[in-house]
Ligand binder design. Sequence first.
Ligand SMILES: *[C@@H]1O[C@H](CO)[C@@H](O)[C@H](O)[C@H]1NC(C)=O
Ligand SMILES: *[C@@H]1O[C@H](CO)[C@@H](O)[C@H](O)[C@H]1NC(C)=O
Ligand SMILES: *[C@@H]1O[C@H](CO)[C@@H](O)[C@H](O)[C@H]1NC(C)=O
Ligand SMILES: *[C@@H]1O[C@H](CO)[C@@H](O)[C@H](O)[C@H]1NC(C)=O
Ligand SMILES: *[C@@H]1O[C@H](CO)[C@@H](O)[C@H](O)[C@H]1NC(C)=O
Ligand SMILES: *[C@@H]1O[C@H](CO)[C@@H](O)[C@H](O)[C@H]1NC(C)=O
Ligand SMILES: *[C@@H]1O[C@H](CO)[C@@H](O)[C@H](O)[C@H]1NC(C)=O
Length: 515
Amino acid sequence: MHQDIPFFCLIVFLLIGSSLVSPLYDGPIYDSTAYTECKEQPEEALYQGGIFQSQSQSWVYEDGISFYGYMPSFLLHNLTQDTMYCFSVWVKIEGSSSGKIRASLQTENETHNCIGTVSAKSGCWSFLKGGFVLNQPSNFSILFFQNTNGEDISIELASPSLKPFTKEQWRVNQQYIINTKRKQAATVHVSDIKGRRVQGATMTIEQVSKEFPFGSAIANTILGNLPYQNWFVKRFNAAVFENELKWYATEPNQGKNLTGIQLQAAIDSRIQSLLSQYKEEFIHWDVSNEMLHYDFYEQRLGPDATLHFFETAHKLDPLTTLFMNDFNVVETCSDVNSTVDAYISRLRELQHNGVFMDGIGLESHFTVPNLPLVRAILDKFATLDLPVWLTEVDISKTLDKDAQGIYLEEVLREGFSHPSVNGIMLWTALHPEGCYEMCLTDNDFRNLPAGDVVDKLLQEWQTGFIEGVTDEHGSFSFYGFLGDYRISVRYENRTENSTFSLSGGQETKHFTIGL
Ligand SMILES: *[C@@H]1O[C@H](CO)[C@@H](O)[C@H](O)[C@H]1NC(C)=O
Ligand SMILES: *[C@@H]1O[C@H](CO)[C@@H](O)[C@H](O)[C@H]1NC(C)=O
Ligand SMILES: *[C@@H]1O[C@H](CO)[C@@H](O)[C@H](O)[C@H]1NC(C)=O
Ligand SMILES: *[C@@H]1O[C@H](CO)[C@@H](O)[C@H](O)[C@H]1NC(C)=O
Ligand SMILES: *[C@@H]1O[C@H](CO)[C@@H](O)[C@H](O)[C@H]1NC(C)=O
Ligand SMILES: *[C@@H]1O[C@H](CO)[C@@H](O)[C@H](O)[C@H]1NC(C)=O
Ligand SMILES: *[C@@H]1O[C@H](CO)[C@@H](O)[C@H](O)[C@H]1NC(C)=O
C-alpha cells in the first residue's frame, strides 16, 4: 500500500484545492500581518496602501514629514455603507517617550471615537491596526489621530493603508480560514485480510465530538434542574462558572478590615484551598480577573501582588492553563486601560518576571461589533503565539433580541474564523430572572433569536453524517471538522467498526480499515 500514498495525496489535494476558495473568487485576501514590537523602520503598507494608493492626493498629511504639535489626518471621499474598512499605519511620536495614540473617524453624520490604537514611542515605529464600518455612506470623512492623555506631542505616520471588503468578501475570507484551520482532509483506505484494497465497500462516518471548545457560563441554577442540564450538554462541550468561584461567592466571612499582612495570608489561603480542592479538574484558571481595570491588590500589597498570585497558582496546579481575562479589549479600543497594546505589555511584564502565563482571555461583551477592528486586534494577539479565548461573549441588552441575534452571529463567526482563537464561551447563564445581558432561551428552553443563532452554528460547524463507497483504489476521501469520529465499513457480509480523530494540520490524514 505504501507506494500508493503519494497518489492518494495528489487526489485529495486536488479535491481540497477546489473546495477551499471558490475558483470564482477574485476578491481581496485578508492580510493578517501584525506587529507588536517597536521597529527601527516601518514595514511596507499592507495591500500596497489599498485605496490610499490611488487616492494619495487626498491625504492632508504627507508621508514621512512631521511638524511639532501637528496631528496628521486623512481626508476620505465616498466611503460606502456596510463596507468593512481595514486600516493600518506605522506611528512614531516626538515630544514624549511614549503615548497612547488613538485613530478616530468623523463623517458628516457619525463620530467613530476609536477605530484603532497603538502605544507609540519616540525613536521607533509602532504598528496601529484597526478598521470601521459605516451605517451610512459618507462623501467626505476625516480620519485623525490624538494622544489619549492630551499631552502635546507630534505624530509621524508611515505606510498607511485602507482596504475595503464587501460583506461577501469578508465571509469568503472567514470561510477560507474555517476550511483550512477548523477542518481537515481525510482518506480512509479499506483492505481485506490479505492487505488487498477493497473497491465498493460502503461506510458511514459520524462525528461524535468536536475539538473546538464552544460553551457557556453556567450558574448554580443548573443544580437539580434536569431540563437545563439536558439542554446544556446537548449543545456545549465546555462550561465556566459565572460567579460561583469568585471570592465573594465562596467567602463565608466578609467585610473584615484586614491589614496588608492579613490580606496576603487570606489570599494565599484562598488560592491554596481552591487549587488543591480542584487540582487537575479545571482546564483553565483566570487567576486575577480584570486586572487592567482594577488595582486593589497592587494598592494594598505592592506592585508584584498579581505576579505572586500567578506563581502560587502555577505551583499548586502546574498542568492547568493560567489566563488573564479582561473587558473592552476586543469590544472597543476607546478604553485606554485595556487596549490590545496595554494587555500585551502587562502580559509581557508578567512573563518577564517568570510567570507561566499561557492564555489570553478576551471577554467580548459587545454592543454593535466593529468586525475589522476585532480582527485587527486578534491579529496583534496572534503575534504572541498564545491561545486566545473569547471568554464571555454576549450582546448588550440595550439592543432588542433580534439585533442581539444578528450581532451574536457576527461575533461568533469572527471568533471561529480567526486562526488564533482556541475557544469561545458565551456569557449566557440562565437565571429565573434572566441573564447577565443576553439569554439564549426563555425559562422553558424555547429559543430566543440568539439561541437560534447558536443552534444554527453548532450545526454548521460539525460534520454531518457521511455515507461513502470506496473507489478502485479501495479508498474514500472526505473533509471534516476537527474532532473524534466513528466509522462503520461494510463489504458483503463483513462489517468493521472503528474510531479516529481529526486533530488538525496541513496534511491529509490517512486511516486503514481491515475487513
Ligand atoms: C466621489 O463621488 C462623486 C460623485 O459620485 C465624484 O464626483 C467624485 O469625483 C468622487 N470623489 C473621489 C475622490 O473619488
Ligand atoms: C444623517 O442622519 C440623519 C438622521 O439619522 C439622516 O436623516 C440623514 O440623511 C443623514 N445624512 C447623511 C449624509 O447620511
Ligand atoms: C453625497 O453625494 C451625493 C452625490 O453627489 C449627493 O446626492 C448627496 O447629497 C451627498 N451627501 C452629502 C451628505 O453631502
Ligand atoms: C479599616 O481600618 C482603617 C485603619 O485602621 C480605618 O481607617 C477604616 O475606617 C476601617 N474601615 C472599616 C470599613 O472598618
Ligand atoms: C483604569 O485603571 C485605573 C487603575 O489601574 C483606574 O483607577 C481607572 O479608573 C481605570 N479607568 C477606567 C476607564 O476603567
Ligand atoms: C460471509 O460470506 C462468505 C461467502 O461469501 C461465507 O463463506 C462466510 O461464512 C460468511 N460469513 C458470515 C459471518 O456470515
Ligand atoms: C457498527 O456500527 C453500526 C453503525 O454505527 C452499528 O449499527 C452496529 O451495531 C455496529 N456493529 C458492531 C459489531 O459494533
